[in-house]
Design a protein around this ligand. Structure first.
Ligand SMILES: O=C(O)C[C@H](O)C(=O)O
Ligand code: SF4
Length: 514
């Protein structure tokens, strides 16, 4: 079992740090479709740079390494109990090594188990087959995109698209709507797996299983193949774009499966996966426990040249916008000069804060002075080095909208001048930015290596009782680049993109599949 455990550890490491070739190819093709200098092009360049850095550093592509989900095929008679134990050990080891973020949280107490093991985590599904080899597929799907999964119960009414009935055209509308509702919050451009039929549980399972298909395969069902092709074309006319910045690519892949249902139910379930689409697979020799073959690695010849990655920090003039360097603490006057579209290059001390901290700050004092300060919505991967000092292993932004109920009050109470996150925030925060002179900076979601590289020093941590991702980390940054997407004058790029994409969605209202 030791060799099997090592094979699983290798699979986890590879999945977390090295995007498969079919996914890379989809991202490369998306880059080609964006005009140089646009926000989408900058975001994609940063993403590409991040992918290369993760591979080089053998560190997580994104700090959210998700809920590890293993789909395993075993020969008849294989000992699943011992295999489960070995997988759990490998998961704990990968967490100790910083390849996985400690992500398993007790839902009632909020306590983080620290090693990714807990009730229901990791997820391990076994299926027997007649072959004499073990196949293990792993997906690390993060929380931001998981939150954008959606399930429709047909018939239903959909914004922009009207009635969706119990037929192929109704299914078409649900899938288009699923892409629209995700906006940039699941780190678009995304990949979707769709499950038609089943019940609420098996429908979602089927949807997730579609994500194990290769991006460029063809659906064996000609009707579904046509639907996949249609969705790929039309979803990309919504112009939500990378990170919801607008742009030509919104969807990178669409895979649809169908299963029987019972007469009264008709579900369409959609699993939305961010661009950081981390899935790998191996076959393993049951005798030796060693890896025989990798399942997703045969797409691109090894000599494919690396692309030039002139990401955010290098690219200044986006669509007539400016690049502005700011050092913390920031004054109200500096903030009021910023406009949506500006690229901000940040230096100085910033503080991470996400769900647990925002809730806490509402009725407690902050452990540090936040006047003129910056809160970074981020749950990093942190490890202690041999001298006991904290080291940042991955540190991209988390979805900000979760803090919407708290953010306005916190800006006001502590005099915060900037909030960094991704996916944008709502009306209440926009109003607070205007009233108190603050700004929302959209970092590139998933670019965890790129941002970790901007952190020059860890200046301590508070609220460690919340667990590593939720603690308040005090970080010195240099050259930390993000885009102003909500300014202190009442402008929000997110509002604009949502509105225009709804108009584009409505253009797809007429029946297509009869
Ligand atoms: O938990 C995180 O770090 C990020 C999460 O995956 C998100 O997209 O919001
Ligand atoms: S931060 Fe973005 S890229 Fe990372 S897991 Fe969440 S949705 Fe995916």
């Amino acid at each position: 079992m030791e060799a099997f455990k090592q094979s699983i550890l290798e699979l986890i490491t590879e999945t977390s740090t090295n995007l498969p070739p079919d996914v890379r190819e989809a991202i490369r093709a998306a880059r080609e479709k964006e005009d140089a200098g646009t926000r989408a092009a900058l975001a994609l360049a940063t993403i590409s740079q991040n992918i290369d850095m993760a591979e080089e550093n053998v560190s997580p592509i994104c700090q959210d390494t998700g809920l590890p989900t293993f789909e395993i095929h075993v020969p008849v008679g294989a000992n699943q109990i011992r295999m489960t134990a070995a997988i759990r050990e490998a998961v704990a080891e990968a967490t100790r090594l910083g390849k996985l973020r400690p992500n398993s949280v007790d839902s009632l107490t909020g306590e983080n188990s620290g090693d990714n093991l807990g009730e229901g985590t990791p997820v391990i599904h076994f299926t027997q087959w007649e072959k004499d080899e073990i196949e293990v597929r792993l997906i690390l799907k993060g929380g931001g995109c998981e939150n954008k999964n959606i399930q429709y119960s047909l018939p239903c009414e959909l914004p922009g698209l009207g009635r969706a009935g119990r037929d192929l055209d109704g299914i078409r509308k649900c899938i288009l709507h699923s892409v629209y509702q995700a906006q940039g919050q699941g780190c678009s451009a995304g990949f979707i797996g769709v499950g038609i039929g089943g019940d609420r549980t098996t429908g979602y399972e089927l949807a997730k299983k579609q994500l194990f298909r290769k991006v460029n395969d063809t659906n064996p069902n000609p009707e579904l193949a046509k639907l996949e092709e249609y969705i790929m074309e039309k979803a990309n006319t919504l112009s939500i774009g990378t990170m919801g910045f607008g742009g030509n690519t919104t969807l990178l892949g669409c895979k649809i499966g169908s299963m029987n249902r019972i007469p009264a139910s008709f579900f369409v379930s959609v699993a939305y996966n961010c661009w950081a689409f981390r899935r790998q697979g191996v076959t393993i020799d049951p005798e030796t426990g060693k890896i025989k073959e990798w399942l997703y690695k045969d797409e691109i010849p090894a000599d494919t040249p690396k692309q030039k990655n002139d990401g955010l920090t290098v690219a200044p003039q986006t669509e007539g916008s400016r690049q502005i360097e700011l050092t913390t603490p920031i004054t109200e006057e500096q903030i009021r000069q910023l406009k949506v579209g500006d690229v901000v290059i940040l230096n100085g001390l910033i503080h991470t804060g996400r769900d647990a901290l925002h809730k806490y700050l509402i009725d407690h004092d902050s452990p540090v002075d936040l006047e003129g300060g910056v809160i970074y919505h981020c749950g990093p991967v942190m490890l202690k080095d041999k001298d006991g000092n904290w080291e940042v292993k991955a540190a991209g932004p988390t979805t900000s909208i979760r803090e919407e109920p708290y953010q306005a009050d916190i800006i006001k109470k502590f005099g915060v001048r900037a909030v960094i996150g991704k996916g944008g925030m709502g009306k209440k925060t926009l109003q607070a930015l205007k009233e108190h002179g603050a700004v929302y900076l959209n970092a590139i979601g998933g670019a965890a290596q790129y941002y970790a590289d901007c952190i020059t020093q860890v200046d301590g941590v508070d609220m460690m009782e919340f667990g590593i991702p939720e603690a308040m980390w005090h970080l010195h940054v240099k050259g930390f680049a993000a885009i102003v997407t909500m300014d202190a004058h009442g402008n929000s790029l997110h509002e604009d993109v949502e509105k225009s994409s709804l108009e584009k969605l409505a253009e797809l209202k007429e029946p297509v599949f009869k």
